[in-house]
Design a protein around this ligand. Structure first.
Ligand code: PHB
Length: 390
């Protein structure tokens, strides 16, 4: 299915949002560098679903200024992202940036710092990213936040031996490191850590190796967009009938892919910060509106980084009275608290990191569809990477 169509739709929406003949001073430009095509295009689609829905619901005027979105497709290539960010800052003169995946956020950090541009990290899930620029503020998540919680849960539920299967890039390394630290400290044993390439992953041979090691549980991190493929190969290799439990951060039962994953996933337990079945009135409305605007696509955890990222930008602009000075905006963002479709969230004023609930969820069938049903809540979880450094 054509990402071209989606891109055209986004460009059109952005064009319409730019609206009438507003002068430069009346317009605030938000430059987005997101992975709209390439191996992680499922992420770009979810982020823009969140961004566009927020604008649709809250209008395109804030503090008396018109909001204009300028979207650039980094195709998940950091060098390309850096060039695009440069263009956005120098030629387009954007006032604010919204940035996606970890390698892209790492590449853009020096530019955000030099140009003093307030930048919302909407996708990246690695702790180190927000240390790279004092102008970075995160609305996504960290893998550490979720991996520590699932490690504790596994130990409490009698798990003793785990094999880790991780996608081989920065967020995978963080998921593994945090899970391993907490799990081994609590007496668990890591039998093996298996790394799977990020691009065009074939999980089958790795799954066979994992099974042969004889763990009671398999801890898996794959990024958004790969959970469906993983689940299919998990079943093809017969691991669903092996008695080995599948656990991980929420990415492995991504709401984007979950409806197509099949009953073999029933009972899989993950630690995640967002479920499409989170039982709040706000979330029910969010899911319905998102589906309506996106051909029935279910919003996943990625979409919230875009939706809440826009909220953070809008509220910060209200506080500064429309001033876009980077330091003023970042200061306005620090300590901000609000209710999101995922639950209550805030920005840690010391670290510019998102603080959010992490839920233990179990895959269940509700009205004939698979969902991550939340069964326990860990409130206001901070990024353990930052806490460890203090
Ligand atoms: C990241 O860019 O750090 C990232 C992307 C997708 C995920 C998790 C982490 O599912």
């Amino acid at each position: 299915m054509g990402s071209k169509h989606i891109l055209a739709g986004v460009a059109l929406a952005a064009g319409l949002l730019a609206g009438g003949p507003a002068s430069a001073q009346d317009t605030i430009k938000i430059g987005l560098v997101q992975s709209m095509s390439g191996p992680l295009s499922a992420i770009g689609r979810q982020i823009m679903g969140g961004v566009n829905l927020y604008i649709q619901q809250h209008g395109n005027t804030v503090a008396g200024k018109k909001i204009e979105i300028v979207l650039k497709d980094d195709t998940a290539v950091p060098d390309m992202a850096k060039r695009l960010a440069q263009e956005l800052i120098v030629n387009e003169k954007v006032n604010i940036l919204g940035v996606g995946i970890t390698p892209v956020a790492m590449a853009i950090a020096p530019l955000a710092t030099e140009s003093k541009t307030a930048t919302v990290i909407m996708v990246s899930g690695t702790s180190v990213v927000t240390d790279r620029s004092p102008f970075y503020v995160r609305t996504s998540f960290t893998l550490g936040q979720q991996s520590q919680i699932i490690a504790e849960w596994a130990l409490k539920n009698g798990s003793k031996k785990v094999v880790i299967v991780q996608s081989d890039w920065a967020p995978g390394a963080e998921a593994t490191a945090v899970f391993t630290t907490v799990y081994t400290k609590g007496g668990g044993q890591i039998l093996e850590t298996i790394k799977v390439p990020l691009a065009n992953p074939d999980f089958a041979p790795f799954l066979q190796r994992a099974r042969d090691a004889g763990p009671d549980s398999l801890f898996v991190f794959v990024p958004a967009g790969q959970a469906g493929t993983f689940a299919r190969q998990f079943v093809e290799r017969g691991l669903d009938k092996s008695g080995i439990k599948l656990i991980g951060p929420g990415d492995i039962t991504d709401d984007n892919d979950l409806p197509g994953m099949g009953d073999a996933m029933l009972g899989v337990v993950t630690a995640g910060f967002y479920s499409a079945s989170h039982p709040s009135a706000m979330n029910k409305a969010y899911v319905a509106a998102f589906k309506k605007a996106n051909n029935g696509l279910r919003p996943n955890f990625i979409s919230l980084g875009g939706y809440d990222g826009m909220h953070l930008i809008y509220e910060a602009l209200k506080k500064t009275g429309g001033k876009t000075d980077g330091e003023a905006l970042v200061n306005a963002m620090k300590g901000m608290k609000w209710e999101s479709p995922r639950g209550p969230i805030s920005i840690d004023p010391e670290t510019r990191e998102i603080v959010q609930n992490v839920y233990i969820r179990k895959v269940e069938k509700v009205d004939g569809e698979l969902y991550n049903t939340e069964i326990a809540t860990f409130a206001a979880v901070k990024d353990p990477g930052k806490t460890a450094k203090k």
